[in-house]
Every structure is written in C-alpha cells, then in structure tokens.
Write a new protein. Sequence first.
Lengths: 244, 89
Amino acid sequence: MDLTQLSPDEVIYWEWGFVKLNATIAFTWGVMALMILVAWLVSRRITTTSDIPRAQNALELVVEYIKDQIREISGGDRPEPYLPFVGTLFLFIAVANLLTILPGYVPPTASLSTTAALAGAVFLAVPAYGIVREGARTFFRHYIEPSPVMLPFNIIGDLSRTLALAVRLFGNAMSGAKIVAVLVAVIPFLFPIVFRALGLLTGLIQAYIFAILAMVYIASGMSAAEVSSSADKEKAKTSERNNS
Amino acid sequence: MEPDVAIGMVSVITAGLTMAIGSIGPALGEARALDRALASIAQQPDEAGRIIRTAFVGLAFIESTAIYCFVISIILIFANPFWNQVTGG
C-alpha cells in the first residue's frame, strides 16, 4: 500500500467479474487463520495438571485478564456469556494491529469496511444480550425512560456511538500506517521505526478500548437488571450484618 | 484560476486547517482528563486499575472528535468528492 491509497480496500490482488480479492479480505483471513492455528496448536495438548505447557499458560493469562475486565465492568456478573464476543473482538483487533511489525503487512483494521463490520456487530450484540438477559419489553422500555421525549435522542445516541466506534479504530489504524508511509518518504532513516513502535502501542490500546467500550455498551443495555440485582445484594449484605 | 487547481488548493489548505484547529480542543481536554486521573492515582494507588480503565474509556471519547477531524482531512486529500465534478468521473 503506498501513500496515494486511502485503505487496503484499493489494493486488489485478484479479480474475476465483480468478485474482487483485496488486501483487506486477504489479511483478515490471514489473521483469522493465524489465530485459529495458534489456538488449535495450543489446545491440542491442553491439561489441567499443575505441569502446564508454556503456551497454554500464556493463553490462559490472556483469557483470565479478559474475564477479569468483563467482570469488573458488568458489576460482578459472570463473564462467561460475554467472553466469546468481547474476547474475540479484543484478540482479533489486537492481533490485526500488532502484526504490523511484519513488512508488507497492512492491518485490515485500517479499512473502514472492517471496522464498520465490527462496530455493526457491537450494535447488534447490545440488544441481543439485553433481550436475552431481561426480555424484549424491559429492554425496549429503556428507550422511553424517563419519558418518551428521550426516544429520538436514545436512538441517535445508539447510532452515533456505533459510528464513533468504527471511525475511531479506522482513524487510529490508518493514521499509524499513513504516518509511517509519510516518514519513509521524508526521513527514511530510524524515525519510521520509532513511529512504528508508537503504532504498536496505539494499536493495542485501541483493541483494549474497542473491547471495553463494547462491554460498556452491552452492560448499559442491561443496566436495569444490574441495578436491581446489586440492590438485592446490598440488601442481603445489610440484613446479614443485622443478623450477626 | 482553473477549477481543478482551485479545488485542490482549497482542499489541501482546509485539510491542514482542519487538523490544526480540530486538535486544539481534544489536546486540552485530554490533558485535563489525564491530569485528574494521575492526581487520583497519586491519592488512591489502590484504585489505579479502575481509574486507568475509566480514564482510557474517557480519553477514547474525547479523542474521537480529533479523529473525526483527521478523517475529514484525509477524505479531502485522498477521496475528495468534488474531484469527480471537474475530472468528469
């Protein structure tokens, strides 16, 4: 990808009629294949004894970290229902961004199509989790609380945060690639490496932010149930204290 | 002045101005937010994890205004919709 191309969508490797294989699709499938391969290799010799393989230990660390973060955001909820979705978002974006250390690789997240698809998945996941958790009636009642006047604002808020989610990741990933391309043209000695390292940092932070925001949105869609359950917990705690 | 020259000149100047003016607000806002977050961590190191997470989420929101400006300027340079009108598609 050179400087005149906005996104990896414009790098076309193979074309047949209206079917085009561009760099975004190729690298997305590459990232997915790599993640599946690593997960398969590690989980092949999985064990529950204390003598665990190194790779399994490393992946368990990542999964435990994601679980902890989900648990803290959702207010002590069980993380298992959200782990597949939020964890996959985090791992995919993190791997896609971190692989920029390979020469010739263009992160698929530098294309607005990829990030829009990910943000769309979050947009659909929020009502899905909310309805499964507390029923359609309670979930959609959030939109007209405290009064029906808030209905358009809530809908606009849902749409604009989806847009912001997509554009934020796209802007960060694309600006990382573009800044390195500009620097290679201007000062091709040593400086691009520094900014490549900075790009790795922002890539990882953006993956974290994307997953955290997805979880915050999902949790906010279930806020009513959560508030009542934490109120119950509070009540149980005070009654316990009174009994003892 | 030829229309394509005018469009190119205005687009480049506007792209630069968009970034320059549009990053002032988010920069000041992020500085304030980070200032408070660091002060809070210094006061309560035990809550550092939660403060950092909330700060990151907040910074991401503040930053999105700057990123909108960046995307606008990138569109002006790379995918300017007015080019097609002078070059004829």
